[in-house]
Design a protein around this ligand. Structure first.
Ligand code: RIB
Length: 293
């Protein structure tokens, strides 16, 4: 069984701020760093650091060579990456004194994935392989459709949320990994239990993993519900916590671990990630996660 991540690649421009900038306000940042990022890239690095070979597909512009190098150096298979004439996607990230972030995305070449490219990549994969997806790339609807038709097991992180995801038919998705904000937008419900009721009511075969920030995560499928508390940690920067969780969870699924074991591993890896600065650079190796557990 192989993992294909058809996902975003971004250059993250990260600014340390006393608080998130308010409407009409100009503030000065106390620090600036540039990191490799993108939800897709972060998830691939996480699954690779968990010990699994992941194939990453997606588009970078002429200025995105560093992202390819980072993936290769991290043990990710980059043979399906594509270079375009456009500008590589980037993200402007404010990190507050409390370690929280807010992000503005410029999709750039992430929105240049066309159907012919998708078909070409997917033709190398088969039934049972895992297809990891987020919503930072173009043609997500087509990827969901083709992945389902091929019998691939789809792991979807519906972020960033948009009108398509609010109303899309996600019945081909095996694992839906979302946070409370996304859960509210998809279901109209506020309370975690009710978000899960609504999602499982609509998609009874789905496995839903709802992350709850400092309150951990909850998993629900037709077989039952499991709660996973957060591992205590010193929060420096929450960027890529969810991506780390997703990548480690995918790796655990490939290993045939139970949902409970996978949640524990993913939660511990995410806790290590938030204790460091930056996105992919703060994602831990498996050895570090296991020592921590
Ligand atoms: O989830 C974190 C990621 O979101 C960042 O690396 C940024 O690029 C945005 O895609």
């Amino acid at each position: 069984m192989r993992i294909l991540n058809f996902g975003s690649l971004n250059i993250d421009k990260v600014y340390k701020v006393p608080h998130f900038v308010r409407p009409g306000e100009t503030i000065s940042s106390s620090g600036y760093q540039c990191f490799p990022g993108g939800k897709g890239l972060n998830q691939s690095i996480a699954a690779a650091r968990a010990g699994h070979r992941v194939c990453h597909a997606g588009s970078i512009g002429a200025d995105g060579g560093l992202l390819e190098e980072v993936l290769s150096a991290g043990g990710v298979d980059t043979r399906y990456l594509r270079k375009t004439e456009g500008i590589t996607g980037h993200a402007l990230i404010q990190v507050s004194a409390a370690g929280e972030n807010c992000i503005i995305l410029f999709p750039g070449s992430n929105h240049e994935n066309d159907r012919a490219y998708i078909d070409e990549v997917l033709s190398d994969f088969e039934r049972g392989d895992i297809l990891m997806l987020q919503n930072e790339i173009s043609n997500l609807d087509y990827l969901l459709q083709r992945g389902r038709e091929k019998g691939m097991r789809i792991m979807l992180n519906p972020s960033p949320m948009d009108d398509f995801l609010r109303t899309a038919d996600l019945s081909g998705v095996t694992w839906l990994m979302l946070n409370e904000t996304e859960g509210k937008e998809m279901t109209g419900e506020e309370e975690p239990g009710r978000i899960l009721d609504r999602l499982l009511g609509r998609y009874p075969d789905m496995q839903v993993i709802l992350t709850l920030g400092g309150d951990g995560a909850v998993y629900r499928s037709r077989d039952g519900e499991i709660s996973q508390p957060c591992y205590p940690t010193r929060v420096v920067d929450t960027t890529a916590a969810g991506d780390t969780f997703t990548g480690y969870f995918a790796a655990a699924m490939v290993e045939g671990k139970s949902a409970q074991e996978a949640l524990r591993l993913a939660a511990c890896a995410a806790a290590v990630t938030v204790s460091g600065e930056g996105a992919s650079v703060s994602i831990p190796e498996r050895r570090v996660v296991e020592e921590r557990m």
